[in-house]
Design a protein. Structure first.
Length: 196
């Protein structure tokens, strides 16, 4: 993340995202696929690390293998297959976008960190080392089970998260960079999908 000053002189926290150039690898239509969509490929991948079906898919688009491929339904992009789409073709400053990515994984966590439980508090009435424990999780002989979805300890993070309503503050067209106001899901260097 970084920060810039806007016209009003306020310091705005931003995330820098590289969004291109992306190559159109396939155009789906209502007649052939049942829906309209544009498939974009980003980054470069070695041919030896690409499966044979994907090699054929990229060969149809007359392009080299790509690291990531994403599909955008009902997109405004009208670029033909094999041509590149740049940041200036899609976004303008002031656009509101949604960013989808994989959140940071935090491993196995207890209920206080994972779900915000309060713990025991003052640890009175004989509490010794149960301050961050979940407490009672089930009933007696009925229903004689723990219900699914109960808030308990477990793996935290590492899930697909979409953040909506983020503002594009600045565009660096020559480097295909977007400055997006606020934080986006994922660690540094991770792949995200930016939609208008």
């Amino acid at each position: 993340m970084t920060s810039i000053f806007n016209e009003a002189g306020d310091n705005v926290a931003c995330t820098v995202v590289e969004v291109g150039p992306c190559v159109v690898t396939q155009v789906k239509t209502e007649e052939t696929d049942g829906y309209n969509a544009v498939q974009l490929g980003f980054g470069e991948k070695k041919a030896k690390s690409t499966s044979n079906p994907m090699k054929g898919h990229f060969a149809k688009a007359s392009t080299t293998p790509k690291l990531k491929v994403a599909e955008f339904r009902d997109s405004e992009i009208t670029t033909p297959v094999g041509d590149a789409v740049t940041v200036a073709d899609v976004f303008v400053e002031g656009d509101l976008v949604e960013v989808t990515g994989t959140s940071k994984g935090k491993g196995f966590q207890g209920v206080v960190k994972r779900h915000g439980f309060g713990g025991v508090g003052q640890a009175t009435h004989g509490q010794h080392n149960r301050g961050r424990a979940p407490g009672s999780i089930g009933a007696a002989s009925y229903p004689a089970k723990v219900f699914k979805g109960m808030k308990m300890a477990g793996r935290t993070g590492g899930k697909t998260v979409t953040t909506i309503g983020l503002e594009v503050v600045k565009i660096f067209a020559e480097k295909n960079l977007l400055l997006i106001k606020g934080a986006i899901p994922g660690h540094k260097g991770s792949f995200v999908i930016v939609k208008k």
